[in-house]
Design a protein around this ligand. Structure first.
Ligand code: C2E
Ligand code: CA
Ligand code: CA
Ligand code: CA
Length: 280
C-alpha cells in the first residue's frame, strides 16, 4: 500500500507540491481578507497635461497581508480564477463610493475616480453586483460622472450581449468608461466606436520608450489623432520623465499618469497632497 501511494504521486515534483500548497494557503487567506479588513484602496493622481491640474485618480487595490503588502499582480489572477474577484470588486466599488462622497463633502473637488474591473465581473450571474454599484452611487448622492470604470481589451473581445448590456447600463447612468492598457491586446478600431469608450489609456510599455524619432512616438501620435477623431480622450500611463511629459503634451495627449506626478498612495495621503481646497 505504501508503494502504491508513492506511485500515485510520483509525477509531482517537490517544487510543484510546494507551489500548489502555497496557492492553497494564499487562497484561504484571500477568502478571509475582506472580513479581516486587509484590503485598502490606494489612489494615484491623473494629471490634465494642458492645465497641470489633478482632475482624476485611479483606484488601485492593495492587500495589507500580515507578512507584508501583496501586489495585485500576485493575487488578482487567483481571485479571477476562483471567482472571488466579484466580492473583491464589489468591496472596491463600495469603498471608492464611500471615500469619494466624503471627499466631495470636505473638499471643493471635481475629482473623478477610475476603478479597475475584471472580465469575471461581467459574466452572467454577476449582473446584480454591477446593478448594485449603480444603486450604491445613488444612495450616496454621488454624481455618476465622478466615476469611471476601466475595462480591458480582452473584455471587448469576448463581448457577448451580457457585456454590452452592462457597459450600456454604466453609460446610461452617466458613469464613464476607459479602455485600459491600450495597444497590448487586439482591439480593433470598430470596438472603440461600438462601445462608446470615453477614455483610452495608452499602455506604459509605449510611453516608457518615447524618444524623438522613435517608433513608439509615431505610434502614440497616431493613437492620439485616431482617438480624438472618434471623440475619445487619451490618458498616457507610466509617465516617469519630464521628457515623456513634454512629448505627450506636444502631441496633444489629454492626461498623464505616472511616478513623475505621483505614486499610488493611501486615501488620506492623496487628500493631503492633491485635495487642498476645503469647502468653507
Ligand atoms: P493597471 O490597471 O494597468 O494599473 C497601473 C499600474 O501601473 C499600477 O500597478 C500602478 O501602480 C503602476 N504605475 C503607475 N505609474 C507608474 C509608473 O510611472 N511606472 C511604473 N513602472 N508603474 C506605474 P499596481 O497598482 O501594482 O496594479 C497592477 C495591476 O493590478 C493594475 O494594472 C490592474 O490591472 C490590477 N488591479 C489593481 N487594482 C485592481 C482592482 O481593484 N481590480 C482589478 N480587477 N484589478 C486591479
Ligand atoms: Ca487600470
Ligand atoms: Ca493600465
Ligand atoms: Ca496593466
Amino acid at each position: 500500500a505504501k508503494e502504491e501511494g508513492r506511485n500515485r504521486f510520483h509525477y509531482f515534483t517537490p517544487e510543484m507540491e510546494a507551489a500548489a500548497q502555497q496557492r492553497r494557503r494564499l487562497l484561504n487567506q484571500l477568502r478571509e481578507a475582506i472580513d479581516l479588513q486587509q484590503f485598502e484602496v490606494y489612489y494615484q493622481p491623473i494629471i490634465n497635461l494642458k492645465t497641470g491640474g489633478v482632475v482624476k485618480a485611479e483606484a488601485l487595490l492593495r492587500w495589507n497581508h500580515p507578512n507584508g503588502q501583496i501586489s495585485p499582480l500576485d493575487f488578482i489572477p487567483l481571485a479571477e480564477e476562483t471567482g472571488f474577484i466579484v466580492d473583491i470588486g464589489n468591496w472596491v466599488f463600495t469603498e471608492v463610493v464611500r471615500q469619494l462622497s466624503i471627499w466631495q463633502a470636505h473638499f471643493n473637488t471635481d475629482l473623478q475616480v477610475s476603478v479597475n474591473t475584471s472580465p469575471v465581473q461581467y459574466q452572467d450571474g454577476s449582473s446584480s453586483n454591477l446593478n448594485w454599484f449603480g444603486n450604491n452611487i445613488q444612495s450616496h448622492n454621488l454624481n455618476p460622472a465622478s466615476l469611471c470604470v476601466e475595462i480591458t481589451e480582452s473584455l471587448l473581445m469576448e463581448a457577448g450581449s451580457g457585456v454590452t448590456d452592462k457597459l450600456l447600463q454604466f453609460r446610461n447612468q452617466g458613469i464613464e468608461i476607459a479602455l485600459d492598457d491600450f495597444g497590448t491586446g487586439y482591439s480593433s478600431l470598430s470596438y472603440l466606436k461600438q462601445f462608446h469608450i470615453d477614455y483610452l489609456k495608452i499602455d506604459q510599455s509605449f510611453v516608457s520608450h518615447l524618444t524623438s524619432g522613435s517608433q513608439d512616438l509615431v505610434l502614440c501620435e497616431a493613437i492620439v489623432v485616431m482617438a480624438h477623431t472618434l471623440g475619445i480622450r487619451v490618458i498616457a500611463e507610466g509617465v516617469e520623465t519630464q521628457q515623456q511629459q513634454q512629448m505627450l503634451t506636444d502631441m496633444g495627449c489629454d492626461f498623464g499618469q505616472g511616478y513623475l506626478f505621483g505614486r499610488p498612495v493611501p486615501a488620506n495621503e492623496f487628500a493631503a497632497q492633491w485635495l487642498k481646497s476645503p469647502v468653507t
